[in-house]
Design a protein around this ligand. Structure first.
Ligand code: SAM
Length: 233
């Protein structure tokens, strides 16, 4: 379970709201029960329930289990797609181990407002489910032009381009820090494609001969990256 406060041995915790409801009413834990908590700073701890009411649960942190895990240095940049698919992108990218999620507004992005709180809650829930002790960084949307303007030269930008790119595995050769860029349902405009390709750190990559939905492309690209350059054995 994710908790905001930095955890420490012997700390006394009082949980309200959703975490308390989950422990007290869903799991119906009683005093003496043990749970695993993580805070995205110090890692994962074992805690013991001291008291569990309907709205409040008190615990004592008893043992440090593991430090905050090192997360592969991969960013996922994606044009916001509608509710549902975008929730799925955040959830799957979190499970797969992405370090940073950056929504990028492009000319054909149809979504104008993003509920970052909902997306952050999706990331937390996905991290809890896959037992990840580090949350992905989720940033507010930025315009593509601004992202390109301030792009860090030492990070390869793998630009998923259905109109043509090199095979993904070839593009990741020798790429240290990397990022993946996925377009909106309507795709990138020609100008956008040219602007991205003008970046020396950009490499156009193919995800195969078919047109994938943006959410499929995001998960496919991250999975291939993890398998070729990430932390999969
Ligand atoms: N231009 C597409 C069309 O004709 O329908 C629309 C874009 S596609 C639905 C959404 C995004 O997924 C694209 O902008 C691209 O980033 C990525 N994508 C989809 N299929 C791909 C492929 N075969 N290779 C590389 N990227 C792909």
């Amino acid at each position: 379970l994710f908790v905001e406060a930095p955890l420490a041995e012997g700390a006394a915790l009082t949980l309200d709201g959703a975490p308390a409801n989950y422990l007290g009413n869903v799991l119906r834990l009683a005093a003496g029960a043990q749970v695993k908590l993580f805070d995205d700073v110090t890692g994962e701890w074992l805690a013991e329930v001291v008291g569990a009411g309907r709205k409040r649960v008190t615990l004592t942190v008893v043992q440090h289990l593991r430090p905050r895990e090192p997360v592969p240095d991969i960013w996922l940049l994606f044009a916001p797609v509608k509710r549902g698919p975008i929730d799925w992108i955040v959830e799957k990218a979190t499970e797969l181990g992405v370090d940073r999620l950056l929504p990028v507004v492009t000319q054909r992005t149809v979504v104008d407002r993003l509920n970052l709180d909902r997306l952050r809650a999706n990331a937390i829930e996905a991290a809890e489910q896959c037992e990840r002790t580090a949350l992905p960084r989720l940033d507010p949307p930025e315009k593509l032009a601004a992202v390109l303007k301030s792009w860090p030269e030492d990070r390869v930008l793998l630009f998923a381009d259905e109109t043509g790119g090199v095979p993904f595995v070839e593009a990741t050769q020798g790429a240290g820090k990397a990022a993946i860029l996925i377009g909106p349902e309507g795709g990138f405009t020609q100008d956008e494609r040219a602007a991205v390709r003008a970046l020396s750190a950009a490499r156009g990559v193919s995800l195969g001969p078919r047109i994938l939905r943006a959410e499929t492309a995001a998960v496919a690209a991250v999975s291939v990256w993890m398998a070729t350059a990430g932390d999969w054995p």
